[in-house]
Design a protein. Sequence first.
Length: 367
Amino acid sequence: MHDVLDIIRNVQSLYSVGPTLGILKDFERVVDELDVYVFENWPEGELLTGPVDSRHFVTCSFMWPADKMPDPAGGKRLLDKGCKVSYKKDELLKPREIKSPEDYRPGTTKGKIDSHDIWIVEIKMPKQLIGNMKHGRDEIETQDSTGEPSLDLDDKNILVLSLIVDGQAPARDLERFAEVGYKSVLDADATPGTLEDGKHRVFVEFARTPEVVSQIIAFLEDLKKLTNIEEFEYTYHKSENPTVVSASTMGEAIPTTPEAYEQRVNEMRVSEARHFFDKYDMMECKINENTISVKKTGAGHELKFELHKFGTTNDVMKETKAFKIDMDSIAECTYLTKYFGPYNITKTNENKFIFSKNGESALLSRI
């Protein structure tokens, strides 16, 4: 049984607890990208609890009136991507709408509390799926000749191997093997759902240390003996070209310290910025945390911006309430267009600029 006051407190916490609102937006992006909302009643769902952020998963619960059960076909879309989805019936307590004197609680001016039957759908979503849907993660993949396992990097302190196996039973066996057999393994977890091709994913955690490459190599060598796999290959980050696993190739590809990881992330952010801005004679493009400094060839000065958001134009536009169309704002946009080239540049009421081209946009403010 749930109380409407608990729902209100949960929503209020979204705006007061760290990055919780951003986590919920990323969660919802996955649901949207998988076209779950095309199925009956899914768009009418309301957040009940969450997001609950755990090591490998983000969990949210949503509710619907008892007569509007969300189509299970929508839940299957999520199951196919490795999410765990559960349905259950419950009750929601909320004050009655006042229409007559009988609706008041005795001695108060508040409505009586009524119980309403509801459907609750809990979604436990892998963080890897959220990261991939958002913008691509710092990731590597390994596979044998039949396309079996894959790996992915998590954060600056932890390296997460994400191995793909043929079935649920082998996934559970691999989870236990990793947890029991290796002191270097921090944790292992098999996802409950299947991927689109019917395979399962197992996450294996290592600490990001200078020894992590040798630890991965030792782990994969033992897997070769257990599975009769002769050779592993991997892809790193967004690369589609597989590379044979070896200490030398992985040592070059994987940041083995938190400092090296942060440097790699910054390099990727610079690369993304260059890809977005550098096609039109931009000589320099530097990023320091969220500050972008750009200097055009032949220009005597550089411009500095704070980067607030980068992504698809639709996602960036969701952050915008209205645009400025006064003469000063138009003049600023015209100047920036001449400086940067043929971007669609607009200024928001919050004194931020949206640079758009080819379906991508950056939300910036001048420094």
